[in-house]
Design a protein around this ligand. Structure first.
Ligand code: MV4
Length: 443
């Protein structure tokens, strides 16, 4: 067993990883920018190293400084958390080159999955349904029109190096295609240093459903159920739940079967997510996220598995403590992300508690939320025997939560979950946009 891990991240996810490491008897080294010197992850870690000024491009994204900090403090591994360098294959390679363990899949696997065209073709090869689309890159306008007419409008142009919604264009007619192709490709080049784009048939208001995977890198693949992440504001997830109200046992099994084949063949190692679009009875592979995700706690609640623990074991020991056949899905879990609408000092904090409630956060009474990073400050997660009971519990927990000194979206979250559309479970990715006007009037 390794003795010490450097956590190349900040805030809530760094705190989450530190907690599991301590339970495993693994020492932790936190890193922090000067804006984060009093952050909770710095206080909870065994040691902390300052890695630069507030802008993440000069601190949390500087690969050499992170690796240097790990070497100087005698770490054997680096956990990248979420965001920042968590899916950066060059970082993973540089970590390995120094003899350190990167807590994630192989750099070549990260590269393959990071290319959405290659990921689609890989998924197809292993029998997963993919959205009807071009087999590879599209650059010529005439060829694009021909392909789109074959697929049928509307279509969506996506960046091969993209993901998470950046650089996408929805196109409803052939006339609009050439200009959008140019814009999409230019945006992709500017954002991802790669202008390659491809085209898919556009599905209106699908659900976003993803499976939680943990694999040992030797062919054993655990599927910890699915999550529904359809409630999103401009590609920012707001609410996640497990199971998905739109997935039945048959669909869950078909998704899992394809996912297991794909992850086994890739010799995938650690935690990962396979994303699907769900439209009625049909599902389509979308992409793989080669990291642990923010919303992993809802899967922890329904399976009872500590995902970070299994991820660390997979990547450092090449083994898991759980048999694929022993995974059971229990009850219903919902997560509300709590985002800061303003930075500042938290003058009062009352944390919800009681049965089936979990609060993952870097907040403490008197802490400061700096303006430089992601606005998410906490995740409120509940578990109950049914969706209805979980919803009642989330309402109760949101009522108990008090955050003063900064503005948050907590009261907006209550509005979103109490809407008839959400309560009925009949919603897709368009849901938030449909109620946005109402939500923005909530204070
Ligand atoms: C789509 C789609 C409809 N049809 N692809 C958005 C994020 C990126 N990973 C892919 N996305 C979408 N791809 C086809 N062929 C709709 C979306 C989409 C979406 C997906 C998941 C969650 C929220 C979304 C909001 C708008 C669009």
């Amino acid at each position: 067993m390794i003795q010490r891990i450097l956590i190349a991240n900040r805030g809530e996810i760094a705190v989450r990883v530190i907690r599991t490491c301590r339970e495993m008897g693994i020492e932790t080294v936190a890193v922090y920018s000067t804006a984060d010197k009093d952050n909770l992850h710095v206080k909870l870690a065994d040691q902390a190293v300052c890695i630069g000024p507030p802008p993440s491009a000069k601190s949390y994204l500087v690969k050499e400084n992170l690796i240097m900090a790990a070497l100087r403090t005698g770490c054997q591994a680096i956990h990248p958390g979420v965001g920042f360098l968590s899916e950066n294959a060059d970082f993973a390679r540089a970590v390995q080159k120094e003899g350190l363990i990167f807590i994630g899949p192989d750099p070549d696997v990260i590269d393959l999955l990071g290319d959405k065209v290659q990921a689609r073709n890989t998924a197809k090869k292993y029998g997963l349904p993919i959205t009807p689309g071009t087999e590879g890159a599209v650059s010529d306008p005439a060829a694009a029109i021909a392909a789109a007419e074959k697929l049928g409008f509307p279509v969506i142009i996506k960046a091969a190096a993209g993901g998470g919604g950046k650089g996408m264009r929805i196109v409803r007619s052939a006339a609009e295609l050439p200009e959008n192709l140019t814009i999409a490709s230019r945006e992709a080049l500017a954002n991802f240093a790669d202008g390659t784009v491809f085209i898919e048939r556009y599905l209106e208001n699908p659900r976003h459903v993803e499976l939680q995977i943990i694999a040992d890198g030797k062919g054993t693949v655990l599927v910890l159920g699915e999550r529904d992440c359809s409630v999103q504001k401009r590609h920012q997830k707001l609410i996640e739940e497990s199971p998905s109200p739109g997935v039945d046992e048959s669909m869950r099994n078909r998704m899992a079967e394809g996912a297991v084949r794909m992850f086994r063949e890739l010799k995938y190692r650690g935690a990962g997510t396979i994303e699907f679009l769900v439209s009625g009875k049909d599902f389509y592979f979308m992409e793989v996220n080669a990291r642990v995700q923010v919303e992993h706690p809802v899967s922890e609640f329904v399976t009872g598995v500590d995902i970070i623990r299994q991820q660390i074991l997979a990547c450092t020991e090449g083994k898991l403590e759980i048999e694929p056949s022993s995974v059971r899905l229990n009850g219903w879990s919902i997560e509300c992300r709590i985002n800061a609408l303003t930075p500042g000092k938290v003058s009062r904090l009352e944390v919800p508690g009681g049965p089936g409630v979990r609060f993952d956060s870097f907040l403490y009474n008197g802490c400061t939320v700096p303006p430089h990073y992601d606005s998410m400050v906490a995740k409120l997660i509940v578990h109950g025997p049914t969706r209805e009971r979980a919803l009642a519990r989330m309402n109760r927990a949101l009522q108990e939560l008090v955050i003063e000194g900064i503005k948050t979206n907590a009261s907006q979250q209550r509005w979103i979950i109490n809407h008839e559309k959400f309560r009925s479970g009949q919603f897709g990715t368009a849901y938030y946009g449909e109620i946005e006007k109402e939500v923005e009037h909530v204070h």
